[in-house]
Design a binder for this molecule. Structure first.
Ligand SMILES: [Cu+2]
Length: 284
């Protein structure tokens, strides 16, 4: 990687860090959203599939789903049309949205879904105590279920905006959780938007922050491995094949030593999702 671009990248992280300080993330991180995919169906209507776990200590409500791909989003609870009167996620429970029970139906998008690999969505939650949480997530467009088993789940993913060109780099951040009984390792990452992806480890030597590629990262059984912005590890997107613009998505496949492959859509953002008060101020 050319030193100049590395410098620009590090500088941009530093500028964002001091100007757009992300608020404390404990509220949204208690809401785990994964296996998000969308199946295009006939006549401009598609089912949104996803799993949401509430690990917080109080019930939160989904009050809206927004996507620029659609003029209409309908919600059904146990087959009954509900339209976002409030969908409750009870503490400690895991809720799946599929085509049968709890359903989110996205329509009026014409045939655009057939032309893209993934779309960005924003889920709006009422977290209680006057706090709202707008979670921007990516959904893979697929004809078959994304995951057959849920031993490895990936959430809180986002990629930093960046421009393509020779020597271009950007960062991607996520959390990997191994819910299984067997240790695993993340050994390779592929993405449609970049030439290649490296796993980087950050370290401090004196006052200087530096980062270097590592071959793989251990994902032990029953462990959460943090590759978020604040952690020691991140994914480095190298040689951007196109500009990564805010509200776009890139697709990524995480390949593990066990042979498991996790496909996900990663939204491009300025900073990670975080909860806010109605005034627009960050919650902290
Ligand atoms: Cu890096």
């Amino acid at each position: 990687m050319k030193l100049k671009y590395l410098f620009i990248f590090v500088l941009s992280i530093w500028i964002l860090d001091v100007t757009a300080k992300p608020s404390e993330a404990h509220e949204p991180s208690e809401l785990i959203i994964y296996d998000v995919w969308i199946m295009p169906a006939s006549e401009g209507t598609a089912n949104l599939y996803m799993t949401i776990e509430n690990r917080g200590d109080h019930t939160v409500n989904l009050i809206d789903v927004i996507t620029s791909f659609s003029a209409s989003v309908e919600e059904y609870i146990d087959g009954e049309r509900a339209d976002f009167e409030r969908f409750a996620f009870v503490t400690g429970e895991t809720t799946s949205f599929d085509a049968a029970g709890n359903t989110i139906l996205i329509s009026e998008f014409g045939d655009a879904l057939e032309d893209v690999d993934a779309i960005a969505l924003t889920l709006v939650f009422d977290m209680g105590e006057d706090i709202s949480y707008e979670a921007t997530i990516g959904a893979i467009v697929a004809q078959t279920p994304l995951a057959k088993e849920h031993e490895l789940i990936v959430y809180n993913s986002w990629g930093r905006f960046g421009f393509s060109g020779e020597g271009s780099v950007s960062g991607a951040y996520l959390v990997i959780e191994n819910q299984g009984e067997a240790d695993d390792r993340l050994i390779e990452i592929q993405s449609d938007a970049v030439a290649y992806v490296e796993i980087h480890e950050s370290s401090m030597s004196g006052d200087m922050m530096s980062m270097s590629p590592v071959e793989a990262i251990d994902i032990p059984a029953k462990t959460i491995v943090d590759l978020s912005e604040e952690s020691d590890y991140h994914l480095m997107l190298i040689d951007l094949q196109r500009d990564l613009m805010i509200d776009e998505v890139i697709t990524m496949t995480l390949i593990f030593e066990s042979g498991t492959e996790v496909r996900l859509a990663v939204p491009i953002m300025m900073q990670p999702n975080h909860a806010t008060h109605p005034s627009g101020e960050s919650h902290d």
